[in-house]
Design a protein around this ligand. Structure first.
Ligand code: ADP
Ligand code: MG
Length: 208
């Protein structure tokens, strides 16, 4: 029987450094001889990408937004993530359920309880094997984001929103320290990469 692949997620606010490190991470996993799938949320399926456009740009209630995040995730888990993991592939996903706890739960102040109920209903038993949380102060993230880009519904939020997002991410990391590792993303790209490389090496060895 093929060993199940590892499920890795990257978390943190826009500008924290997820995309900067996703590419070489995927390449490094592939270079170890594994099949690897890079994907993202919201998105990851044709339906999910259409839902992404809606949640990023269409005004809606918080409950609607939360349900759409889980609707997209449901499709993503069932058609992409689970089959890939079952086939032995590793999956690297740019944002996952921790982001719902952080943005809708923390940033938009829905709280964790209803998200936990949706998570339990939709994906019982599926947790990432490793989550790297790129942690930067909101002002650092904001400075890094290009001013030329039109901000989406989340990027338009004020500083206090991102402080709540960050606090909710930290609460997740505190509750699940073995899975969710905080990466100080305010250091240089090289320093961040060196830490991730060491952690990835350990993961690859543990999964042999
Ligand atoms: P995310 O995918 O988390 O939104 P990105 O990886 O796209 O963030 O990074 C946002 C911007 O910040 C990019 O222009 C990137 O080059 C820059 N950046 C990423 N990490 C660092 C870092 N450690 N130091 C300085 N700039 C960085
Ligand atoms: Mg990105």
């Amino acid at each position: 029987m093929t060993a199940r692949g590892l499920f890795i997620t990257l978390e943190g606010v826009d500008g924290a450094g997820k995309s900067t490190h996703a590419g070489w991470l995927v390449d490094a996993i592939r270079a170890s001889g594994r099949t690897v799938l890079a994907t993202r949320e919201p998105g990851g399926t044709p339906l999910g990408e259409r839902l992404r456009e809606l949640v990023l740009h269409e005004p809606m209630h918080l409950e609607t937004e939360t349900l759409l995040m889980f609707a997209g995730r449901c499709e993503h888990v069932r058609t992409v993530i689970e089959p890939a993991l079952a086939s032995g592939a590793w999956v690297v996903c740019d944002r996952y359920t921790d982001a719902t706890y952080a943005y809708q739960g923390g940033g938009r102040e829905l709280g964790a309880e209803r998200i936990a109920a949706l998570e339990q209903w939709m994906q019982p038993g599926l947790q990432p094997d490793r989550t790297w949380l790129f942690d930067v102060p909101p002002e650092v993230a904001r400075q890094r984001l290009s001013a030329s880009r039109d901000p989406d519904r989340f990027e338009r939020e004020a500083g206090a929103f991102f402080e709540r997002v960050r606090a909710a991410y930290h609460a997740r990391a505190q509750a699940q320290p073995r899975r969710l590792h905080i990466i100080d993303g305010s250091r240089s790209v090289d320093e961040v990469r060196a830490q991730l490389e060491a952690e990835l090496r350990a993961l690859l060895e543990s999964a042999q």
